[in-house]
Design a protein around this ligand. Structure first.
Ligand code: CMP
Length: 141
């Protein structure tokens, strides 16, 4: 099924100069960049985006990290985009990520893991709407 998902290239990957390589991996795997914006998140945006993790001990650290440098916000589109994106990213903890995945190639730790990707159609719809107005989560194709 053609669908859309939401992706963030996180501050560690922007600082490491890996934007092009990461976007290239998505394109090589057949995902299209349907929307893209690079900017420095405000604290309230990071807190709102990760609100489901508010009670976790790493929440403050996560929001500090996500506002440390600019990020690249993207909508990716393609066949089975949600699952495909998660496969290309690799496991949340880079120590457990498969060879060749973005997190295996570029990430230092579970906290600084280079990319975010929606984990379900519901999350994709919510996350796309959080950052991009006027983008339908449904595809015409
Ligand atoms: P992400 O997929 O963006 O969603 C939530 C994020 O919380 C996750 O990636 C990690 O970067 C971060 N995270 C998860 N577990 C930990 C942890 N134990 N310590 C710090 N950050 C974490």
């Amino acid at each position: 099924m053609t669908e859309k998902t939401f992706s963030i290239i996180k501050p560690d990957a922007v600082e490491g100069n890996f934007i092009g390589k990461i976007v290239g991996r998505f394109e090589e795997e057949g995902l299209k960049i349907a929307a893209m914006e690079m900017r420095h998140l405000a604290r309230h945006e990071a807190e709102g985006f990760y609100a489901e993790h508010k009670a976790r001990p790493f929440f403050g650290e996560l929001c500090d990290f996500m506002t440390r440098s600019p990020v690249v916000l993207m909508v990716l589109e393609g066949k089975d985009a949600i699952a495909k994106n998660r496969k290309i990213m690799g496991a949340t903890n880079p120590a457990n990520a498969d060879a060749g995945t973005i997190r295996k190639l570029f990430s230092k730790s579970v906290g600084e893991n280079s990319v975010h990707g929606s984990d379900s159609p519901e999350a994709a719809a919510r996350e796309i709407a959080y950052f991009f107005r006027g983008i339908s989560v449904y595809s015409k194709k």
